[in-house]
Design a protein around this ligand. Structure first.
Ligand code: B12
Length: 429
């Protein structure tokens, strides 16, 4: 075949692909390199560090961590089962077992082809259902109030119960339907793509499992609405929302059986944009990697309805030790600004080039009268207080690059450039 023939053939096959959501072919070495990032985390089995999302991501991917995987699941079981059996009151359970983490743990069980069964399984299911009921009450009859935790975790919890074929009451699903139908997943005027995608995944599962038959038509319509809204967020580079919301968005869009050229083309473009970032070693965060790995294997959390636990997966070898790079001798200047406290804080901090924002905060704390607090989360250290001021209910310390650009990464991953001003702003969400 001449080169023109080859080009036509390629365009033809792209055309055939482009009416369902698929991403371009991904080089297996790239996938392995991503998977290797997760291996060091699998050795960290302290209660605080355990992350069910890592296990789920690997099981839905084309790579595996050998014996470490079974051991990791075992450690997850110890943690979550101990906590579920050990918690005494509703509040105690909420602290020991946050709703979303419990849901992710249930996804992890399904990823190993297990159903929540027996006494422990029943406790898990009823605890998650109770959380959802509390959230439903918090949202209220007229849907005007907010869930205590978030709509993201609300969707995640419905999804987790659904893949275990556990039915939640129609009234619980209706709250999420209403939120999608009435644009409640917007924050500061922008759609939270992750939240919309998580709701979409929950609906896709409910639609396939037909657990709430009375709501079938509304669910189908809400899936279409969510797809439409996410497609509208595609940036000129191809990301849905931005680079870090694209993986979950793609998981959701891939669940759609809809044949539609706009959807197919948008997914190819988003996939190509992600691959370019991957080649550039752009994904470092374990949670992000664990969300992306299934996408690269054309899978989503909805596949946990009937996971293929025998699917062959390539065993990951630990990455070759790269000799530690000598720290750059360049020093950069970062201005740290906190207008939300009295008196407002502002200081110029000097740190080695390549330092993270967390390094800047530490230096400021060491030398320049700054104080801050963090809590460990599945996404890394989350900034909870600044200069003694704790973020209250539905408030958070937002990270911005002056004058007004919201950072897309947390304090552990964002690396400020020379001359930047970083603002920490207490805002409501
Ligand atoms: C809801 C949400 C929020 C809420 C959290 C409050 C709440 N009660 O839920 C609010 C609006 C406050 C928020 C804030 C931020 N968020 Co946010 N958030 C999410 C979202 C949609 C769901 C998180 C969740 O519930 N996970 C499930 C549960 C089971 O896991 P968890 O670890 O227990 O959840 C906690 C953490 O995720 C934490 N959290 C939320 N956001 C972030 C961001 C970072 C960097 C860290 C370390 C922790 C963290 O809050 C959750 C509840 O306690 C995720 C989307 C996603 N795909 O994860 C984005 C997400 C985690 N957030 C993100 C970002 C960038 C931020 C901010 C840094 C934005 C900013 N410029 O200020 C800030 C955090 C600043 C800080 N103080 O450290 C990014 C992180 C990207 C990355 N590279 O890692 C995500 C992935 C969204 C995205 N696609 O870009 N967020």
């Amino acid at each position: 075949m001449g080169s023109l023939g080859a080009l036509l053939f390629l365009l033809g096959s792209l055309g055939a692909l482009a009416d369902v959501c698929e991403i371009p072919h991904v080089d297996s070495q790239l996938v392995e390199r991503m998977g290797q990032h997760l291996l060091p985390w699998m050795n960290q089995i302290s209660q605080e560090q355990l992350n069910p999302s890592i296990y789920v991501g690997l099981r839905l991917s084309s790579v595996q961590a050998g014996d470490m995987e079974a051991f990791y699941l075992h450690s997850l079981k110890l943690k979550y089962q101990q906590n579920i059996l050990g918690c005494t009151s509703s509040d105690d359970c909420k602290t020991k077992l946050p709703m979303g983490q419990l849901a992710l743990y249930m996804l992890a069980l399904r990823a190993n082809c297990e159903f929540a069964r027996g006494h422990k399984g029943d406790r898990l299911v009823s605890q998650l259902k109770r959380f959802l009921e509390d959230e439903k009450k918090a949202i209220g009859h007229n849907h005007k109030d907010y869930p205590y935790v978030s709509y993201y975790q609300y969707g995640l919890s419905i999804l987790a119960l659904c893949v275990h074929q556990k039915r939640v009451h129609d009234s619980v699903v209706k709250k999420l339907l209403y939120a999608v139908e009435h644009d409640q997943h917007f924050y500061q005027g922008t759609l939270s793509v992750d939240t919309e995608a998580m709701a979409g995944l929950a609906f896709a599962c409910l639609e396939r499992s037909n657990l709430n038959p009375n709501l079938r038509n509304r669910i189908t319509l809400a899936i279409r609405t969510a797809i439409g809204k996410i497609l509208k967020t595609q940036t000129s580079e191809g990301h849905f929302g931005h680079v870090y919301s694209s993986p979950l968005a793609l998981q959701f869009l891939m669940t759609s059986p809809m044949r539609d050229m706009e959807l197919g083309t948008a997914c190819l473009k988003a996939g190509a944009a992600l691959l370019a970032i991957l080649k550039d070693r752009g994904f470092q965060n374990v949670l992000m990697i664990s969300t992306l790995l299934p996408v690269l294997n054309h899978k989503s959390y909805v596949d946990l309805i009937s996971p293929d636990c025998q699917a062959p997966r390539v065993v990951l070898e630990p990455a070759m030790e790269i000799p530690s790079q000598t720290q750059s001798s360049d020093v950069i200047r970062v201005t740290l600004k906190v207008p939300s406290v009295l008196p407002p804080y502002r200081h110029v901090i000097f740190v080695p080039a390549g330092s993270s924002l967390e390094d800047v905060l530490k230096k400021a704390q060491e030398l320049w009268g700054f104080t801050y607090g963090t809590k460990a989360t599945l996404s890394g250290p989350y900034l909870t207080s600044v200069m003694g001021k704790e973020a209250g209910e539905r408030e958070f310390w937002q990270l911005l690059r002056a004058p007004d650009t919201r950072l897309l990464q947390g304090i552990a991953e964002y690396t400020p450039k020379d001359g930047e001003t970083i603002e920490l702003r207490l805002v409501s969400w």
